[in-house]
Design a protein around this ligand. Structure first.
Ligand SMILES: Nc1ncnc2c1ncn2[C@@H]1O[C@H](COP(=O)(O)OP(=O)(O)OP(=O)(O)O)[C@@H](O)[C@H]1O
Length: 220
């Protein structure tokens, strides 16, 4: 099993109240599995995705990745894991506004110290696949929401990650772009994908659908 969450709980303090967002989550995900997470607004989907991606840490429980228990109190180790294994497509894209598409997409490779030539080659490859070459010289403010979404997807995919975590990545995409992105995910047998979505058609293309209801997984 690649990802194994055991009795994971998470709460936030809001205006003095303790809001329990995830309640004793037990979840195992095999390498190569494609999982959809569905549920009402506020049911905890993004929180769960962030915990899996180690962007956030649980209050309670164990996270075992590739048979190793994660030390959630060691941020540097978590950073390394995140950088080496995960590609994250966040809700709201999180692009650098004053940098062009090319720079935004190449950022994870710059962090890894790749050469200019390799970066150019990889950006060219992913932008051809996603049909976004015309966006490489544009800044995010001059792009549509769907175009920004595709830059964010390219940035997450460019490292060829082991796990892709996607938070409503298709809601701004046209039909053709949705099919390209889903094809990219489905065609890779090795890639583990966890996709938060409100779109049942997207969810049905995954191997398994998890329904979150008020912080509890109802079915898997
Ligand atoms: N940093 C935070 N501080 C306080 N409360 C938070 C924080 N992040 C999330 N929450 C609360 O946790 C609950 C779950 O939020 P989450 O974003 O995980 O839901 P979601 O299922 O992804 O919702 P949506 O479908 O609207 O994206 C919500 O009630 C939200 O207000």
């Amino acid at each position: 099993m690649l990802i194994n969450l055991k009795n994971i709980s998470k709460s936030y303090i809001h205006k003095g109240d303790n809001i329990q967002v995830l309640k004793n989550i037990n979840l195992g995900i095999e390498k190569g599995e494609k999982i959809a997470i569905m549920g009402n607004n506020g049911s905890g989907k993004t929180t769960l995705l962030n915990l899996i991606g180690t962007i956030d840490t649980p209050d309670k429980g164990e996270y075992i990745f590739n048979d190793k228990k994660l030390s959630i109190d060691q941020p540097l180790k978590l950073n390394k894991l995140r950088r080496n294994h995960f590609g994250y497509i966040p809700q709201g894209f999180c692009l650098i506004r004053d940098k062009k598409g090319f720079y935004n997409i190449s950022l994870p490779l710059l962090f890894r110290g790749y050469t200019k030539e390799v970066i150019e080659e990889k950006v060219d490859e992913i932008s051809s696949t996603l049909k976004i070459k015309h966006l490489l010289n544009k800044k995010p403010d001059n792009m549509s929401a769907g175009e920004r979404q595709k830059i964010s997807i390219a940035r997450a995919m460019i490292t060829n990650p082991e796990v892709i975590l996607a938070d409503e990545m298709t809601n701004t995409l046209d039909k053709e772009s949705k099919n390209i992105v889903l094809g990219l995910i489905k065609d890779s047998r090795e890639l583990t994908a966890i996709v938060v979505t409100h779109d049942i058609l997207i969810a049905k293309k995954c191997d398994r659908i998890l329904y979150l209801d008020d912080g509890i997984i109802q079915s898997s």
